[in-house]
Ligand binder design. Structure first.
Ligand code: ADP
Ligand code: MG
Ligand code: MG
Length: 534
C-alpha cells in the first residue's frame, strides 16, 4: 500500500526532476576565483591540445570562442561545427550534407575555403560517393586538428579565453561534500549501501548517489572492490554506461554520484508492468544499446560480469545504461581471469566451471537478457521456480534452453548463438568480437551508427510522473555495524576514493543546465572582465 511517507517522497522527487531547482545562491556558489588564484593550475595543467580543446566540453567551447575572435580562424571553426553536425545526420541526408561541406570548405572558389585542406577534395568526394555513412572526412579532421594544435593553440594559451578556462577548472576542483547536494528519496539498496536521488544545489542537475557505508566496507574488507568500481567508472565515457560525476566522502559514507536513471530497471519492466516480457521492438532496441555498452567496455579491456535485467536502467527518454560495475575487472592484455562471480542464474558455464575466461561471459549474459526480455523468464528457470544452486549449475552446464512461440526465428537464433556452452564457439567471442553480434540478422533493423550518436528514438518512453521503483518503506533499512575502528590505512584509502568532480561530466553538467552560458560573460566589446586581469 502507498503510505503518506511514500507519496510525499515521490512528490518531492517528481517536482525536483521537473526542472529549475538551482539554489538562489547559485551564482555565489559558482563565482569565478580571481585569475591570480589560478596560478598553480596554470603551471601544472598538462598543455595537451586534444584534452584541453577537443575532449573537455568547456575547454572546447572556450577554444572555439577564441578562434571565432580571430578572423583568420573563422572558417576552421565553421568547418569543425559542420563536421560535428555531419556525424549525427541520418543516412538519407549524409550525401547532401557531405556535399555541402565539400562545396563550402574544400573548393578554391568558395569564400569559406580552408586552403590547407584543398588536397582532400577528391578523396572526400570519392568516399562520399562510395560510402556516405563511412568516416568520409577522417583525413580532413586530422589535418584540421593538426593545424589548430600548433600556432592557434599556442596563441590561445595567452588569451583571456584560456584564462577563463582556468577559472572554470578551478571551480571544477572545488571540494565536493554533503552540502554540495540536496537529497531526495531512497531509490534502491545494494550490498553495501543505498542509492539516493540527489540534486546539485548550484546547477539543479539531478543524479543518483550510491553511498557505501564505511563501516560495512571495512568489516567486509571490500576496500579494493569499492575503489575498483570507482576507478573503472571514472575511466568510462559512453552513453550506454552510467557516468560517474563525482566521488567524495562524508563522515560515514563513500559516495559515487551517478547519472540519474529515472525509468527503473529492466527487471521492473519485464516482470512488474503487466504480463511478463517485452515487445519485440523493445527487446531489439535494449539489446542493441546493451551491445554497444559492452563493446565500449571491452574496448577498454573491461569485463563486466554482472549482466542481468536489474542492472540495466532506463533514463527519462527510455534509453538504457549499464550500471553497477562492482564486479567489473580490468584485464591485462591477452590474459584471462578466473573467479566465480556474478549472479548464479546469469553465470556462463565457464564461470561455474572455475575455468579461466574472458569477454565471452558478457556475451552469454546478453543471451540470457534477450531470452528473459522475450520469454518473461530467464533461460534456465521456470516462472516462480527457485531451484537449488546445484540444480541451476547442472542446467546451465548441461541442458539446452527451450524456445516457446514468443521467439521469432532471428530471436531464437541470436539467443542460441549467444548461449553456446563452449565459449570459443559463442557469438561475440571470435576475433572481431562485438561486431559479429551487431551483424546478426536479429539487429537488421537497427542502424548502429545512429544509435551510437543517440539519434534513435526509443520505442517506449517512461511516464515522467511515475516513480519506477519500490515504495520507500519497502526498501529494507541497513543494519548498523558496531565495533569497527578506523586507522591510517583507512584514511589513505578514503583519500584515493575522494577524487571530487569528474571533468567531462562536470563540464557537461554546467553546459546542459545553462549555467555555463549565463556565467561565461566577458567585458564589453570582447574585452576581458576584471577578474581576468592578472
Ligand atoms: P549494488 O552494487 O550494491 O548492487 P547497485 O549499483 O546495483 O548497488 O544499486 C542498487 C539499486 O539502486 C539498483 O538496483 C537501483 O534500484 C538503484 N540505482 C542504482 N543506480 C541508479 C541510478 N544511476 N539511477 C537510479 N537508480 C539507481
Ligand atoms: Mg546491483
Ligand atoms: Mg554491485
Amino acid at each position: 500500500m502507498e503510505t503518506i511517507e511514500s507519496i510525499a517522497a515521490n512528490t518531492a522527487l517528481v517536482r525536483a526532476r521537473e526542472g529549475g531547482g538551482r539554489s538562489w545562491k547559485w551564482k555565489e556558489m559558482l563565482r569565478f576565483p580571481h585569475i591570480s588564484q589560478c596560478k598553480d593550475l596554470a603551471m601544472n595543467i598538462e598543455r595537451d591540445y586534444y584534452s584541453l580543446c577537443v575532449k573537455q566540453p568547456i575547454g572546447k567551447k572556450l577554444f572555439q570562442l577564441f578562434c571565432r575572435s580571430r578572423p583568420d580562424l573563422q572558417n576552421y571553426i565553421s568547418l569543425q561545427d559542420a563536421l560535428d553536425n555531419f556525424d549525427i545526420q541520418s543516412d538519407d541526408k549524409r550525401k547532401e550534407s557531405g556535399n555541402r561541406i565539400i562545396q563550402r570548405f574544400l573548393m578554391k572558389q568558395s569564400s569559406e575555403c580552408v586552403s590547407i585542406l584543398l588536397r582532400h577534395e577528391r578523396s572526400c568526394n570519392q568516399s562520399l560517393e562510395l560510402n556516405p555513412c563511412g568516416d568520409v572526412f577522417h583525413g580532413c579532421r586530422e589535418d584540421l586538428h593538426k593545424y589548430l594544435s600548433n600556432e592557434p593553440f599556442t596563441q590561445y594559451q595567452d588569451s583571456m579565453f584560456f584564462a577563463r578556462f582556468l577559472q572554470w577548472k578551478q571551480l571544477e576542483r572545488q571540494p565536493i561534500m554533503k552540502q554540495t547536494f540536496r537529497q531526495y528519496r531512497l531509490l534502491g539498496k545494494g550490498g553495501f549501501g543505498a542509492v539516493w536521488a540527489c540534486q546539485v544545489r548550484a546547477t539543479g542537475k539531478m543524479y543518483a548517489c550510491k553511498k557505501l557505508e564505511k563501516t560495512h566496507v571495512k568489516k567486509r574488507k571490500r576496500e579494493d572492490m569499492a575503489l575498483n568500481e570507482k576507478e573503472i567508472l571514472q575511466e568510462l565515457d559512453s552513453r550506454f554506461v552510467v557516468n560517474l560525476a563525482y566521488a567524495y566522502e562524508t563522515k560515514h559514507n563513500l559516495c559515487m554520484v551517478l547519472t540519474m536513471m529515472n525509468g527503473g530497471d529492466l527487471g521492473f519492466h519485464i516482470h512488474r508492468m503487466g504480463s511478463p516480457g517485452l515487445t519485440k521492438d523493445r527487446v531489439r532496441f535494449y539489446a542493441a544499446e546493451v551491445c554497444c555498452g559492452l563493446i565500449h567496455l571491452h574496448q577498454k579491456s573491461i569485463l563486466y560480469r554482472d549482466l542481468k535485467p536489474e542492472n540495466i536502467l532506463l533514463d527519462d527518454n527510455g534509453h538504457i545504461r549499464i550500471s553497477d560495475l562492482g564486479l567489473a575487472v580490468k584485464m591485462s592484455e591477452g590474459s584471462l581471469v578466473r573467479g566465480r562471480v556474478g549472479t548464479l542464474g546469469y553465470m556462463a558455464p565457464e564461470v561455474i566451471g572455475y575455468e579461466r575466461y574472458g569477454m565471452s561471459v558478457d556475451w552469454w549474459g546478453l543471451g540470457c537478457l534477450i531470452y528473459e526480455m522475450t520469454a518473461g523468464r530467464p533461460p534456465f528457470r521456470a516462472k516462480g521456480e527457485q531451484p537449488k544452486s546445484s540444480e541451476m549449475e547442472r542446467r546451465i552446464q548441461n541442458e539446452h534452453e527451450e524456445y516457446g512461440n514468443q521467439f521469432s526465428k532471428e530471436t531464437k537464433d541470436i539467443c542460441s548463438s549467444l548461449l553456446t556452452k563452449d565459449p570459443t564457439k559463442r557469438l561475440g567471442s571470435q576475433k572481431s568480437g562485438g561486431k559479429d553480434v551487431k551483424f546478426h540478422p536479429f539487429f537488421q533493423e537497427i542502424n548502429f551508427r545512429m544509435l551510437e550518436a543517440g539519434r534513435v528514438d526509443p520505442p517506449f518512453k517512461p511516464d515522467p510522473s511515475q516513480v519506477y521503483c519500490t515504495d520507500v518503506q519497502d526498501i529494507e533499512e541497513f543494519s548498523t555495524v558496531k565495533g569497527v575502528h578506523f586507522d591510517q590505512t583507512d584514511s589513505f584509502f578514503y583519500s584515493q576514493f575522494n577524487t571530487g568532480s569528474n571533468s567531462i561530466i562536470w563540464q557537461n553538467e554546467l553546459i546542459e543546465t545553462g549555467c555555463f552560458e549565463e556565467l561565461n560573460v566577458f567585458g564589453p566589446k570582447g574585452s576581458a572582465s576584471p577578474d581576468l586581469d592578472w
